[in-house]
Write a protein that binds this ligand. Structure first.
Ligand code: SDX
Length: 392
């Protein structure tokens, strides 16, 4: 109708949907998946259980979990022709660009996953994606390492299998390192969903045109890539490296971050919703100490990060704007200790966020949400007569 249109840049005050999946309270720093506290899930659950919880709404029974894993294992093969697409990329291609392309290419190899007009068809498309995405992540990684692009082992757990595909060496028997697996389970759980963030809103709006699950996820990967969003975990490490190269001069970078004329921001700090500590950052910070300790890794970058955090938490500019470390501030330090290269950090974020994107896409489709099509306030030219080329 001709109702009043109010502009809300970045949708800071706009609710795009009703959802029963994730609850977060920015003031109190609370995050819950389907009512369960993130602290409990990170401590006691596996990533596969959290995947099931987010998508289907309940923690799975042992029977349900067994069947879910079996259904996924049945689909954990990716058509070898997908490698022709990977071969087409230069070695230095950013893994997020490769991954979003491969996810979109999955459509061609799984055409039945596009039109999902039954819960059965939806389940099949979801299980296929949960099975094939980790393979695509591993193959994307091995585009850079030069290691073979092969498959996992269905006898392993979901996360153990991902670690095997990423880290195993072709000439050595793969033995999962429990410290690495526990850290990955926790990190992937902590990244799994976060209500209507930029990439999830992207997945919902692409899905609202019924473009299909894989096209929606591919779009979500592109949105997550940005340094203001998931790309921040890569930007944090690059910033910490720069500070280290600069003799650990955190004061210089704090000054840059506060200088309005300088586009530099303190990466890993601030959040649209959390105006308190990001509960995920708290857990990851503790995990970083544990993992580096157990792996015997001494990383000066961690000390620089802690120094930077301490300074920012005492600096009026950050305190007044309620800028606290967010999920991306410490996660990269753990990924680095696990031997994951910085270009792959945001891919690890996408791997964790996949179930959240799927759950939100499924909820949007089951609720028959309308196609996303916002309005605008026109501020351009009034009507004007056409001018021929000669007279311009
Ligand atoms: C994620 O939405 C989600 O849930 C995202 C996420 C998820 O799980 O999906 O949590 C994951 O993306 C975490 C955020 C990762 N991004 C970064 O770490 C990049 C650095 N952070 C900022 O770019 C920023 O804080 C955002 C993008 C996270 C939030 O931006 P907003 O809400 O649009 O806030 P804003 O840009 O309006 O900033 C408010 C003020 C401004 O100053 P003033 O104009 O009021 O003087 O705070 C300043 C900003 O300049 N500010 C910063 C800053 N973040 C905000 N100043 C220096 N360094 C920063 N990091």
């Amino acid at each position: 109708g001709s109702g009043i249109i109010t502009i809300d840049p970045g949708f800071k005050n706009t609710g795009s949907c009703e959802s029963a999946i994730t609850y977060l309270d920015g003031e109190k720093g609370i995050l819950r998946y389907r009512g369960y506290a993130i602290e409990d899930l990170a401590e006691k659950s596996t990533f596969l259980e959290v995947i099931y919880l987010l998508i289907f709404g309940e923690l799975p029974t042992q029977e349900q979990l067994k069947k879910f894993k079996a259904d996924i294992d049945d689909e954990a093969i990716v058509d070898q022709d997908m490698k022709k697409i990977i071969d087409g990329f230069p070695k230095y291609a950013h893994p997020m660009g490769v991954l979003s392309s491969l996810t979109s290419a999955l459509i061609a190899f799984n055409p039945s996953s596009v039109e999902v007009n039954s819960e059965e068809a939806m389940y099949k498309a979801i299980v296929k994606l949960l099975a094939k995405f980790p393979v695509l992540v591993a193959w994307t990684y091995h585009k850079r390492t030069g290691l073979p692009m092969d498959y996992g082992d269905a006898n392993l757990g979901y996360v153990e299998n991902i670690a095997k595909m990423m880290f195993s060496k072709p000439n050595r028997e793969y033995k999962p390192n429990p410290v690495v697996i526990a850290a990955l389970e926790k990190l992937l759980i902590l990244h799994a969903d976060h209500e209507q963030n930029c990439s999830t809103s992207t997945v919902r709006i692409v899905g609202s045109s019924h473009a299909g699950l894989y096209a929606s996820i591919s779009a979500g990967i592109s949105a997550l890539w940005g340094p203001l969003h998931g790309g921040a975990n890569q930007a944090v490490l690059e910033m910490l490296e720069a500070i280290k190269a600069d003799g650990g001069d955190t004061k210089k970078y704090m000054a840059k971050a506060k200088d309005k004329d300088d586009p530099f921001r303190l990466m890993g700090f601030g959040h649209r919703v959390y105006k308190n500590f990001d509960p995920r950052a708290k857990i990851i910070k503790v995990a970083a100490d544990e993992v580096l300790g157990e792996l015997g890794v001494q990383d000066p970058i961690l000390d620089i990060a802690k120094g930077l955090e301490k300074e920012a938490l005492e600096d009026p500019y950050f305190v007044d704007r309620k800028l606290y470390p967010n999920v991306d501030f410490y996660s990269g330090i753990i990924y680095r200790a696990l031997g994951i290269p910085v270009e792959m950090f945001t891919v690890m974020f996408a791997l964790g966020r996949l179930p959240g994107w799927i759950a939100q896409w499924r909820e949007m489709r089951l609720r028959n949400e309308p196609i996303g099509r916002p309005r605008q306030v026109y501020i351009g030219e009034n009507h004007r007569d056409y001018k021929d080329l000669e007279s311009r």
